[in-house]
Design a protein around this ligand. Structure first.
Ligand SMILES: [Cu+2]
Length: 663
């Protein structure tokens, strides 16, 4: 038997607030039709509230509640990590692989996980897969996956192994992905959509012999190491590609698990990660001015999380701190003239410390079921310094008298009440307030060209913190034991919303740019989302689900915000019998009629696609095999979603097969 020592107390805190997609093996939960071979982006697609902004085949940027990276927190097992590209080519979810992860959890809105800061839209935590200790003397596991996709000649190979005993565990593995250019619907090739990636990871744990029996609990030391490297990554929606995007991620944690005590566990983790990102335009034809644009991100941090339960309370106290450095520069080589150099992220050092508290209170509710109240809050202090004198001086030209160091204080607080009436209705209502500091791009970015609206962006060190009030509710009706219907809605009322604003007095740097925008606070803005979900299981083995979501986003003048989803829908029919399961899926979105015209967004047409998938499990001797096959975009529809950057087309018909086995 394997004991999951990492059995996340965070995960169990409240099922209503925390949504999980299972990446690895394990029972239950949402998961991708492609199984573990799916990319992290495909796993993320299974989560409600999540959409993905696509700039190519690789490294999609997750949005939660129609908010992008700057309003989200993304952590890896509670570790902070920051992307290194000034053009957002590398959301941090691109630096892990499916083989690294057990699951991905999402806390929608302001109720973040203890390590989350700045999470107005939501908090994603990528949970690493650790073998855990075994009661047996030694237990070894081995698994391997291989996958192939016809469109783009996608190849995926992964293998990992584990050893678990009472005192010690270790697991590790490697993953490789390769993709050529894909074809859009009707056979049109999308140039610069290739990529290649390797990933290797190693986790280990050691359980100390307990002193004086088990009454005092026991101590565990755990370590993690991940190396991830993507090369030759094309970005058809941008003017540049990526030669190399590389990450080292390490951590060391000490955990005490209490027995017979009101305290449950106390974990202290130290970590370090380093990202190198190198852009490349040498393979593009007709480049007017060749550019070199590297970026780097270093983060070192620690957190200490204490969890305990007393009576009806389950509480967590977390202290955390991190130091992050972001540096990016650009060298332009105009033909025949001297190269031009500028610092685009002025080596910004951010020191952030925070304290977070949460409490889950359970109580009996009407009809013999259980209800609960979840409270959480966090307070953080931040110090930022511009370490590059050159970058500081360049920005000072636009902001005379600006300082070389800034302080910010941010916080969040959220409450959520859930209860039920017999087995018929489950409901929850919640409210919260939270603020975030401007990102390095928003505060100190220097002439960053945005291909979405073709403007050059300049950061603004005088920005105020942005804040929002969130209201949310969820009603889940079980009309029959076989039929479920739910309504989910949330709204975010922003103050000092940060967005780029026209600056006509400045001239452009990038060839072909429309103009210059400087980040600014607008007085208020609103983002709201509502979804309806139905789930019907008419007979054993058969399941039908359907979901429709409507969102809106407005600025202080009533104009539409960009990248807000139009009406989206998805319906799935599932049939499972013994080892075989079949699924047909219909998904699409309506015409994006209310787009952010003022912010340079253009209209997106409606689309619908059909996907089919089959899954068969069998065992030979002691090995468990799973074969998955399917067709995506069955009718080879030529389409782009509202979140496809510059309307780059999606994949046309794609047939995939993948095989995985485990012992
Ligand atoms: Cu980049």
């Amino acid at each position: 038997m394997i004991i999951g020592i990492q059995s996340d107390t965070i995960a169990t805190s409240s099922q209503k607030l925390d949504e999980v997609v299972v990446v690895s093996r394990g029972q239950g939960g949402k998961r991708s039709a492609k199984g573990q071979v799916a990319t992290i982006d495909e796993h993320l697609q299974e989560l409600s509230h999540v959409e993905l902004v696509r700039r190519g085949s690789y490294a999609w940027e997750p949005t939660v509640n129609n908010m992008q990276t700057e309003r989200l927190s993304t952590t890896i097992d509670g570790m902070k990590i920051f992307y290194a590209c000034t053009d957002k080519m590398d959301p941090v979810t691109s630096y892990v692989e499916s083989g690294n992860l057990q699951s991905i959890s999402l806390n929608s809105g302001l109720n973040g996980n203890p390590q989350a800061t700045g999470n107005i839209g939501g908090a994603l935590d990528l949970r690493l897969r650790k073998a855990g200790f075994s009661n047996d003397h030694g237990l070894n596991g081995l698994s391997a996956q291989a996958g192939y996709e016809t469109n783009g000649n996608v190849q995926v190979y992964g293998a990992d192994g584990s050893h678990s005993s009472q005192r010690f565990y270790v697991n590790g593995g490697a993953f490789y992905r390769h993709a050529d250019n894909y074809k859009a619907g009707d056979g049109k090739k999308v140039d610069f959509s290739q990529f290649q990636k390797v990933n290797a990871f190693l986790n280990g744990g050691y359980k100390f012999p307990s002193l004086g029996g088990t009454e005092g609990g026991y101590d565990v030391l755990e370590t993690t190491f991940i190396y991830d490297r993507a090369t030759d990554v094309g970005y058809p929606a941008l003017n540049m590609d990526v030669a190399k995007a590389e990450a080292f991620i390490t951590s060391l944690a000490y955990k005490h698990l209490f027995e017979d005590s009101k305290l449950e566990s106390w974990e202290t983790k130290g970590y370090y990660n380093h990202i190198t990102h190198v852009m490349d335009d040498t393979t593009r034809p007709d480049v007017e001015i060749h550019m070199d644009m590297p970026g780097e991100s270093w983060t070192a941090g620690a957190y200490s999380l204490l969890t305990g339960s007393y009576g009806r309370h389950q509480a967590q106290l977390n202290l955390d701190g991190y130091y992050n450095r972001l540096f990016a520069d650009m060298t332009m080589y105009p033909g025949g003239a001297a190269p031009m150099y500028m610092v685009t992220w002025p080596d910004v050092g951010t020191m952030n410390v925070g304290v977070a508290l949460s409490d889950d209170i359970r109580f009996p509710s009407f009809g013999g079921t259980e209800g609960g109240l979840h409270l959480s809050g966090k307070l953080s202090w931040q110090h930022q310094r511009l370490n590059s004198d050159e970058g500081y001086k360049a920005l000072s030209v636009f902001f005379p008298g600006m300082k070389q160091a800034y302080h910010q204080t941010t916080g969040r607080i959220a409450a959520n009440f859930n209860s039920s009436i017999f087995q018929f209705l489950n409901y929850s209502i919640g409210a919260g307030w939270g603020s975030r500091a401007p990102t390095v791009t928003e505060a100190y970015g220097y002439y960053l060209n945005n291909t979405f609206d073709q403007y050059d962006y300049i950061g603004n060190p005088r920005l105020k913190n942005e804040s929002a009030i969130e209201l949310n509710t969820n009603f889940n009706f079980s009309i029959l034991p076989s039929f479920n219907f739910s309504i989910d809605a949330n709204a975010f009322f922003f103050s000092n919303y940060i967005i780029g604003q026209f600056e006509n007095r400045l001239s452009v740097m990038t060839v072909g740019a429309e103009g210059v925008k400087v980040y600014g606070n607008i007085d208020h803005a609103t983002i709201a989302n509502a979804s309806l979900t139905a789930d019907w299981r008419p007979i054993r083995g058969l399941r039908w689900t359907a979901k429709g979501t409507y969102s809106l986003g407005r600025d202080d003048e009533g104009d539409r915000l960009p990248l807000i989803a139009p009406f989206t829908y998805q319906s799935r029919l599932n049939y499972a019998t013994g080892p075989l399961s079949l699924q047909a899926e219909l998904k699409g979105h309506a015409r994006q009629a209310k787009y952010g015209q003022k912010y340079g967004e253009t209209e997106t047409a409606a689309w619908t696609i059909v996907n089919l998938t089959a899954n068969y499990q069998f065992s030979i001797v002691n090995s468990q095999f799973t074969i998955r096959a399917g067709v995506e975009n069955l009718f080879d529809k030529d389409y782009a979603t509202y979140s496809d950057w510059c309307h780059i087309p999606q994949k046309g018909r794609n047939i995939y097969v993948n095989l995985s086995f485990e012992i």
